[in-house]
Design a protein around this ligand. Structure first.
Ligand code: ATP
Length: 327
C-alpha cells in the first residue's frame, strides 16, 4: 500500500516498565525531526478505542527521561481482543489521520498489534518494553535492566538482616512465563539458587542449596522464586521446605510491584532512546509489523510474528554458573 507518513501514533501498553518514557521521548523527537507529527495515545489500546489522544510537541516529552512508569499511562483491555474493539481502534486511527503506529509493550501488546495490522493494513512497529525480557529476537527489553538492579538491591538489603541461623529466605520475583529476571538476579545477588519455570527440580534444588549452605555453616540461604515457577509461588516453596525440614524457619518476601518502578538505569535509557529512533526509522523505510531488537549490541528488526511465537531460553552457562557459585 502506498502511504504518506505524515502522522504517527505512539502508545504504551501492558505492564509498565522503567524506560518507557525514554522511548516515548525518542519516538516523539525522532519523528518531529523528520517532519512527522506525533499523536500520543493514552492508556494503550483502551485509549486508542476511546480516542484519548493528544498531539505532542518536543516540549511534551521534556524532563521525562529519568521518570519511571509511563506518562502515557498503560492499560490492559479485554475489549481490544475482540474484532469490535479493534474496529473502534481503527475508527480512531482514521479519524485522527494516523498513518502508522508505534506500540511499546510486551508479548500481548505485539499480539494485538499484529492482528490490527493484518485486519486493517496499518504499518505498526513494536518496541519491546517489559521487565520480563521474554521476547525472542532481542537480548534485552526496556525495563529489564532496571528491574534486575532493583531486585538485586532488595536482596542485598534482605541479606543484611538475614543473620539468624538456619533460615531460608525466599524472594518472589516477577517474570510471567520466563525466568530471566529471577536467574540473573540470583546470579547478581549471590543467591543459593533460583526456582524458574525453565528448570523445575524444586526440592532437589532446595536440598542442594540448604545442604551446601549448612556445610559452609552459612546459616542463611537465599532462594529466588519466579512467581509462576510453581503454583502459589514463594509461599508454596516455603510450605514444601517446612514440610520436609521442620527445623528450618522460612521467610517469604514478595517484591511485587516494587520491581516495576523506579528511575530507569542508564542502560535502559540508552536502549529506549536507540529503539525509539530505530522505530521511526523503520517506518521511514516502510517496514511494517516488525519489532525493534538489540542483538550483540546492534539494533535489529525482527518480524512481530517471530518475536511473539519463538521461545527464548535462559542461557545454559548462567544456570551452570549459579550451581557452581553456590557451593
Ligand atoms: P507485559 O509482558 O509487561 O505483561 P504485555 O504487552 O504482554 O506486557 P498484556 O496485558 O498481555 O501485556 O497485553 C497488553 C494488551 O494487549 C492487552 O490488554 C490487550 O488489549 C492486548 N492483547 C493482548 N493479547 C491480545 C490478543 N491475543 N489479541 C488482541 N489483543 C491482545
Amino acid at each position: 500500500m502506498e502511504y504518506k507518513l505524515k502522522t504517527i501514533g505512539v502508545l504504551t501498553s501492558g505492564g509498565d516498565a522503567p524506560g518507557m518514557n525514554a522511548a516515548v521521548r525518542a519516538v516523539t523527537r525522532a519523528a518531529i525531526s523528520n517532519g512527522i507529527a506525533v499523536k500520543a495515545i493514552y492508556r494503550g489500546y483502551k485509549g486508542l478505542m476511546d480516542g484519548e489522544i493528544q498531539t505532542f510537541s518536543s516540549e511534551n516529552v521534556s524532563g521525562i527521561i529519568q521518570r519511571g512508569g509511563t506518562i502515557l499511562r498503560s492499560a490492559r483491555s479485554e475489549e481490544f481482543k475482540t474484532a469490535e474493539g479493534r474496529k473502534k481502534a481503527y475508527e480512531t486511527i482514521r479519524k485522527e489521520k494516523i498513518d502508522a503506529l508505534i506500540v511499546i509493550g510486551g508479548d500481548g501488546t505485539f499480539t494485538g498489534a499484529r492482528t490490527l495490522a493484518q485486519e486493517y493494513n496499518i504499518p505498526i512497529i513494536g518496541i519491546p518494553g517489559t521487565i520480563d525480557n521474554d521476547l525472542w529476537g532481542t537480548d534485552a527489553t526496556i525495563g529489564y535492566d532496571t528491574a534486575l538492579n532493583t531486585i538485586m538491591n532488595c536482596v542485598d538489603i534482605l541479606r543484611d538482616t538475614a543473620t539468624s541461623h538456619e533460615r531460608v529466605f525466599l524472594v518472589e520475583v516477577m517474570g510471567r512465563d520466563a525466568g530471566f529476571l529471577t536467574l540473573n538476579a540470583a546470579l547478581a545477588s549471590g543467591a543459593e539458587t533460583a526456582i524458574i519455570p525453565e528448570r523445575t527440580t524444586i526440592m532437589e534444588q532446595i536440598e542442594e542449596a540448604i545442604g551446601q549452605g549448612r556445610r559452609k555453616s552459612k546459616g542463611t540461604s537465599i532462594v529466588l522464586v519466579q512467581e509462576h515457577a510453581i503454583e502459589g509461588g514463594a509461599q508454596a516453596v516455603a510450605k514444601m521446605i517446612e514440610k520436609a525440614h521442620p527445623e528450618y524457619g522460612t521467610r517469604v518476601t514478595i517484591l511485587g510491584h516494587l520491581q516495576r518502578g523506579g528511575s530507569p538505569s542508564a542502560f535502559d535509557r540508552i536502549l529506549a532512546s536507540r529503539m525509539g529512533i530505530a522505530a521511526v526509522q523503520a517506518l521511514l523505510e516502510e517496514q511494517r509489523s516488525v519489532m525493534v531488537g538489540l542483538q550483540d549490541g546492534e539494533i535489529t528488526y525482527v518480524p512481530l510474528s517471530k518475536a511473539i511465537k519463538e521461545k527464548k531460553d535462559v542461557k545454559a552457562d548462567k544456570w551452570q554458573a549459579l550451581q557452581v557459585l553456590s557451593i
